[in-house]
Write a protein that binds this ligand. Structure first.
Ligand code: SP5
Ligand code: ZN
Length: 342
């Protein structure tokens, strides 16, 4: 299987994450990329290619123009305001406040465009997010051209990013950008299967009223887990999108037996939909030793997961999302891919 990879994904080197009331070193760190690519090389997964440059048009097909401009300039605006730390929001247009006025002051504007406060911005973030979506698009294009699978070693991840919001370590929604690109290039039915531990709120939101993208997500029950405010089972889509959004919230402590039988239900729905292309939002924060998550998958389980996905027989693009047990992120991610290769 081809891997798409770029060193530019490591240009995001934030110093801080707001975690449990403290500023800590971010869980979503550049070393994740090195460890995954080392494992790809070690197992001989296949050729490693650099992505093509697609520019911002495919991003504009999914995200709001002013949001993109905000991301590009936020660090400069923050510094110009005299703020010393990394950009972090401290106020949002929550219930009983207005969300129809975009603040001029960067302190307010960052809250308008953020869905969470843990994700600090930093100077290299925009460049890394661009590399990440280029990787997703290159992988998707390879799959569309050849029918062969591909792995996009995306970083930063994307599935929490909504039309005009960043957060959960995500800025551009790589899976959504790739899915829209597939539709714009002749595909009629795309499925996105999100197996990251966290609900893919951004992806769900982007396609919620549409029937040309089937979105399915297995994740920690939002009553207990980030992003808390989306990802419940009764969110099934709206309008012509009704029935094209499927959430599988699962309890803390979920092991592979339960997780895999849930995966099989999702796989059956993808088959029934007759998707022409499958995008897997591949997070491995379902791992038993993940520092911020609560499922109990073991390294060998990821091989079996890959095998089950292969049985669908649909051209498949894997895009990296989360996974914070950094020592094992290479083994776990690549196990899915080798399981898929058979
Ligand atoms: C792409 C991705 O996996 N993003 C995850 C973002 C999660 N950010 C907030 C995590 C809050 C963790 N709370 C720790 C609770 C310990 N069980
Ligand atoms: Zn996650």
């Amino acid at each position: 299987m081809l891997t798409f990879h770029s060193e530019d994904t490591k240009k995001r080197q934030a110093k801080t994450e707001l975690h449990a009331g403290e500023l800590v070193a971010p869980f979503e760190c550049p070393e994740r990329v090195d460890i995954v690519i080392d494992r790809v090389r070690k197992v001989g997964l296949g050729e490693i290619r650099s992505p093509d440059a697609y520019g911002l048009d495919p991003v504009l097909a999914v995200h709001d123009r002013r949001y993109i401009e905000f991301l590009e300039n936020a660090c400069d605006d923050w510094a110009a305001a005299g703020f010393k730390g990394e950009p972090i929001p401290s106020i949002w247009p929550t219930r009983r406040l207005r969300d129809d006025v975009i603040p001029a002051n960067i302190d307010g504007r960052i809250g308008y465009y953020a869905l969470a406060a843990e994700t600090s911005l930093c100077l290299g973030t925009f460049a890394a997010a661009q590399a990440s979506k280029d990787i997703a698009l290159s992988a998707l294009d390879h799959v569309m051209r050849t029918g062969e699978p591909a792995f996009g070693l995306c970083r930063p991840p994307g599935h929490h990013a909504a039309v005009d919001q960043f957060g959960g370590y995500c800025f551009f929604n790589n899976a959504a950008i790739a899915a829209q690109h597939a539709l714009n290039n002749g595909m009629k039915k795309v499925a996105i299967l999100d197996i990251d531990f966290h609900h893919g709120n951004g992806t769900q939101d982007i396609f919620y009223e549409r029937d040309d993208v089937l979105f399915l997500s297995l994740h920690g029950d939002p009553r207990d887990e980030f992003p808390y405010f989306l990802g419940f089972a009764d969110e099934t889509g709206r309008g012509k999108g009704e029935g094209f959004n499927v959430n599988y919230p699962l309890p803390s402590g979920t092991d592979y037996a339960t997780w895999a039988s849930t995966l099989d239900d999702a796989i059956q729905r993808i088959a029934a939909y007759q998707a022409e292309i499958l995008i897997v939002s591949l997070g491995v924060d379902t791992f038993e030793n993940d520092p911020i998550s609560s499922f109990k998958l073991k390294s060998e389980d990821y091989i079996d997961c890959g095998r089950r996905l292969k049985a669908l027989g649909i051209p498949t693009t894997f895009l990296l999302e989360g996974g914070y047990a950094v020592e094992e992120i290479g083994i776990n991610t690549v196990n899915v891919l080798t399981g898929f290769e058979g």
